[in-house]
Design a protein. Structure first.
Length: 344
């Protein structure tokens, strides 16, 4: 199988994706496919699960979890971290024979933080199941050791997820933010059709308060149509910072309103990690000043990458990618010549 993507996703494919008509690669799965592949009878971990609100969790205990722990307590899954609810009140012939309105791709960018994955999945999977969301979880891993590009990994995740799974909306989820209230809505609801929905509002390290009014980072839910309308995230934010501010400008430019969920339910525990130096803040601020003028040509329609490895495990689909460009970072840009000087 040829895993590389030699050119950007075409405008025609993006429009099909926007309208929910993109068929993806052979073997792309729908929620009906997922439902039919799962056992007809619910497992013990799936039965009688209803949201309870705030969860009682211990950060040290979460940090000690392993993927094996999570797998044993969250069976079954199929197709690389996929799941769908099967109504026990329906007959075998009818249980999967309806329209799944809440199909969600969860995109998690990662590099060197695999130790945080069990903690995230430990609460995320039960939350999704309590809300009866049909989902598939994708971990998009940057292969190289150069500056991290979180936003570009989000774009890659969206495209790769669309090839393999038919979903109506997407959640861009940082790996270190563990949901600790299971009422925070992760499904594709009526609100998501009208707004981009900022879920990652209240962090324990910020006293569960919104950091600033224009924040849309941490955990963001969008319909496919809205994400295509803004041309995805910018691909140009190498290293940390300002990529979410760029997205906020894109939403405003396309007149797509966004809402913050109430911090009474949009609550997260931020797992400890080594703070990354923000060596490129001034470069990123200059980029941010051109967000509106760049968005038509910088994003999904200019995305280039190579898939190096794809693994479908019990809990998630891992996709290892090379996101470096042929001249990397793009040296034709004066702003990236400055970038090189900043990171040396």
């Amino acid at each position: 199988m040829n895993l590389s993507v030699p050119r950007p996703f075409s405008a025609q494919k993006l429009q099909l994706l926007k309208r929910g008509q993109y068929t993806g690669i052979p073997g792309q799965k729908s929620c009906k496919d997922i439902c039919q592949a799962l056992p007809i009878n619910l497992s013990e971990s799936e039965e009688n699960v209803t949201p309870v609100g705030n969860l009682s969790l211990n950060k040290n205990e979460l940090a000690s979890l392993t993927l094996t722990n999570v797998m044993l307590t969250n069976s079954p899954h199929v197709f690389g971290g996929s799941w769908a609810f099967r109504d026990p009140n329906l007959t075998r012939s009818n249980v999967c024979n309806f329209t799944f309105t809440s199909s969600v791709a969860i995109i998690v960018p990662i590099r060197n933080r695999w130790h945080q994955v069990p903690a995230l999945l430990h609460t995320l999977i039960p939350l999704l199941r309590k809300q009866r969301v049909c989902y598939r979880i994708f971990l998009i891993e940057q292969a190289d050791t150069g500056p991290f590009n979180r936003a570009k990994l989000f774009n890659v995740g969206f495209i790769e997820a669309a090839e393999r799974f038919q979903f109506r909306c997407v959640i861009f989820h940082d790996v270190d933010l563990v949901p600790i209230n299971d009422l925070n809505p992760y499904g594709c609801d009526e609100q998501t059709k009208k707004y981009a929905v900022h879920l990652g509002v209240g962090l324990d390290v910020r006293n569960f308060e919104l950091y600033f009014p224009g924040l849309v980072g941490g955990v963001l839910k969008m319909s496919n149509a809205h994400f295509v309308d803004v041309n995805g995230y910018s691909n140009m934010y190498w290293d940390w910072g300002q990529e979410d501010d760029d997205m906020e400008k894109r939403l405003k430019a396309k007149h797509i309103p966004y809402v913050h969920m109430s911090p009474s339910i949009a609550r997260y525990m931020a797992m400890d990690h080594e703070k990354q130096p923000r060596r490129t803040r001034q470069v990123h601020l200059r980029l941010l000043g051109t967000a509106w003028t760049r968005m038509a040509s910088d994003g999904l329609n200019s995305l280039k990458y190579k898939v190096l490895q794809l693994n479908e495990s019990h809990l998630f689909t891992r996709i290892l990618v090379d996101i470096r460009e042929s001249t990397w970072p793009p040296l034709k840009s004066r702003i990236f010549r400055r970038f090189i000087r900043y990171i040396k």
